[in-house]
Write a protein that binds this ligand. Structure first.
Ligand code: AMP
Length: 187
């Protein structure tokens, strides 16, 4: 099971990746989580990423590609994984494909999590009080959503052409959505 999750912020990709980890041993690779940890630890990557994250913009491709490449170019690349929030641009998808080729892995499926915009804004403004994140204020939420809507389509088309794409209705109960994910992840 080697998966990419595509979806707007707050579409539940991270929650589903965590469930796949707990229940099936799939390694979640959440680039937002990795960047937040880097920022907290004050690493050079964290320092570069911070202003972009604060504005709800994408950090430069080269920065994020290097972060992800570290996972796949080591001695034990993950064999079962769910990419949560990467790739987000075509350039990232191409760099990721090269990384995977290098370790002789291929993707099994790419799942798109579909949630209406107003539901996303509602979910994320609720999250602010539960777990404070520097990018959960309303302006940044709207910008992250705008960035998603501007960048996701070419990525979706790219994976559709590769025959890997499946779409999921990502509204409703978490377990219900998990069932839909399992129906689509393939072998
Ligand atoms: P997320 O938790 O996935 O919503 O990511 C939070 C923030 O981290 C995003 O708004 C971006 O600033 C940055 N980020 C995470 N993943 C990527 C990526 N693949 N490419 C560029 N920026 C990213």
């Amino acid at each position: 099971m080697r998966l990419v999750f595509i979806g707007p912020p707050g579409s539940g990709k991270g929650t589903q990746a965590k469930l796949l980890q707990e229940r099936l041993g799939v390694q979640p690779i959440g680039t937002g989580d990795i960047l937040r940890a880097a920022l907290k630890d004050g690493t050079p990557t964290g320092k570069i990423a911070e202003p972009y994250m604060k504005r709800g913009e994408l950090v430069p491709d080269t920065v994020i590609n290097d972060v992800v490449a570290e996972y796949f170019h080591g001695p034990n690349p993950p064999q079962k994984f769910a990419m949560d929030g990467y790739p987000r641009t075509l350039a990232q998808a191409e760099a990721f494909a090269a990384s995977l080729r290098q370790c002789r892995l291929d993707l099994t499926r790419v799942l798109v999590f579909n949630v209406p915009d107003d539901e996303v804004v509602h979910r994320l403004s609720g999250r602010k009080s539960a777990e404070t994140r520097l990018d959960d204020d309303i302006e940044t939420i709207r910008n992250r959503l705008k960035v998603y809507n501007q960048t996701a389509q070419p990525l979706i088309d790219y994976y559709r052409r590769a025959g890997l794409l499946r779409e999921i209705i990502a509204t409703g109960d978490v377990e219900e959505i998990y069932g839909r994910v399992l129906d689509q992840v393939g072998p």
